[in-house]
Design a protein around this ligand. Structure first.
Ligand code: ACO
Length: 378
């Protein structure tokens, strides 16, 4: 009897693993919607807090709900002393994503509230993570610069407070808006690798913190969220706009992946890029600094060269990486900024997974040695 080998979908490419009501990429129009709303309209008209509410509750908040949501987020921002001390003891040689992964794990260990798997319990834990992760990211960046942490300011919005905790001041509204746009765009993207990781962990009925800890680990890799950091290292490596084409030819000949380009889902360009690029262009124009103009010229030259050589478009990490650099963040802190946003999408998916759970457990097509007898020990 002959058996046909099962079809293998490496990387689960093209596999529809479940349904979701949270977001979708509409291939025909190359657009992304969160709960049905086009992301470019959310980025233009709504705050990140409103988008977080939309992802978790399915609807944008009315003014009273938004006030309440903001008040609760602001109250949850401070870290307790033990957490701060434990995180401050981590070696400075470890990556900021390792600090964040450890922080999420610690939050889980110290959370006394029961995880009964209910949406209400999950939303309370999700809000705590949303509020506290920026405090960890800011304190870690300052520690690496030899500076003491700055406590959160409950009088400031989510984005403004983060700048305040990082730098001790809030920049001009255009810079804050550019950062907020990046948070809205990074918030959610269906079954991407880190979200799927969170869903896999949740599908075993493990707890929310374990799922988020695993998701942070998945996001760290340069083929996923780590690409925004890698984009900046790549631009630094190239240095001169005039070298972009020559550098790219060498990198492609060496079979290197060009960071910030390509996407599993979008084949004709990431729908989020024009919005982020536009925000980046405004930052560059405001800076009116020859060093900034030079970096922007290099950024554009590499994008053109990649399109000409390979026909591959940039993804969101390409404009976001340079934007974060121009905002003054340290390059290793870029992927943690992605976490501060994607925590909303991850936790929305964790709640959704539990609402109609099925253990995620695919099959593998075995191509190892045929069955054979175990030899007697010599
Ligand atoms: N640089 C060079 N070649 C590329 C790139 C790239 N960035 N992206 C795709 N290609 C090429 C591949 O080499 C392959 O060519 P081949 O058919 O001649 O072998 C072809 O395009 C298809 O690429 P795959 O890697 O098979 O596409 P896949 O869907 O598996 O990968 C991925 C998508 C991982 C994002 C890939 O494009 C990549 O590695 N990009 C760089 C890392 C990056 O920017 N990641 C961020 C993703 S978006 C996000 O997380 C917000």
């Amino acid at each position: 009897m002959t058996t046909t080998a099962p079809e293998v979908h490496r990387g689960l490419a093209g596999v529809v693993a479940d349904t979701t009501r949270i977001s979708t990429v509409i291939q025909e129009t190359n657009s992304l919607t969160y709960r049905g709303y086009p992301v470019q309209d959310l980025a233009a008209r709504r705050s990140f807090e409103e988008v977080a509410h939309l992802l978790w509750y399915g609807e944008l908040p009315d003014p009273a709900r938004l006030r309440d949501f903001r008040a609760r987020e602001r109250a949850l921002r401070p870290l307790d002393r033990t957490t701060s001390e434990l995180l401050a003891r981590l070696p400075e040689t470890c990556h900021p994503m390792d600090v964040l992964r450890t922080a999420v794990s610690l939050f889980g260990a110290e959370d006394p509230t029961e995880d009964d798997g209910s949406p209400a319990a999950h939303r309370a834990k999700s809000l705590t993570l949303l509020a506290r992760l920026p405090t960890v990211v800011a304190a870690d960046q300052r520690r690496r610069r030899g500076l003491a942490p700055i406590p959160p300011d409950p009088g400031l919005g989510y984005a403004e407070n983060f700048f305040h905790m990082c730098f001790g001041s809030v920049p001009d509204p255009e810079t804050v808006r550019c950062f907020e746009i990046s948070l809205v765009l990074y918030a959610e993207h269906s079954f991407n690798a880190s979200t799927f990781t969170a869903r896999v962990v949740t599908s075993t009925l493990s707890d929310l913190y374990s799922a988020v800890t695993a998701a942070v680990g998945a996001l760290k890799g340069p083929l996923h969220g780590g690409a925004n950091e890698a984009v900046m290292h790549m631009l630094d490596e190239i240095g001169d706009p005039g070298r972009a084409e020559e550098w790219l030819d060498g990198a492609l000949a060496a079979k290197r992946k060009i960071m910030g380009f390509g996407h599993r889902v979008y084949r004709h360009g990431d729908s989020r890029v024009p919005i982020m690029q536009d925000a980046l262009d405004r930052l560059v124009a405001r800076a009116a600094d020859p060093g900034v103009t030079r970096k922007a010229t290099l950024h554009a030259a590499l994008r053109e060269a990649m399109l000409n050589r390979k026909g591959i478009h940039p993804n969101l990490d390409y404009p976001a990486g340079l934007a974060y650099h121009l905002m003054g963040f340290d390059t290793p802190a870029f992927t943690p900024l992605f976490v501060m946003s994607r925590i909303t999408g991850w936790t929305a998916h964790i709640t959704e997974q539990l609402a109609h759970n099925a253990l995620i457990r695919p099959l593998a097509s075995y191509d190892g040695p045929r069955q054979r007898p175990v030899p007697a020990p010599e």
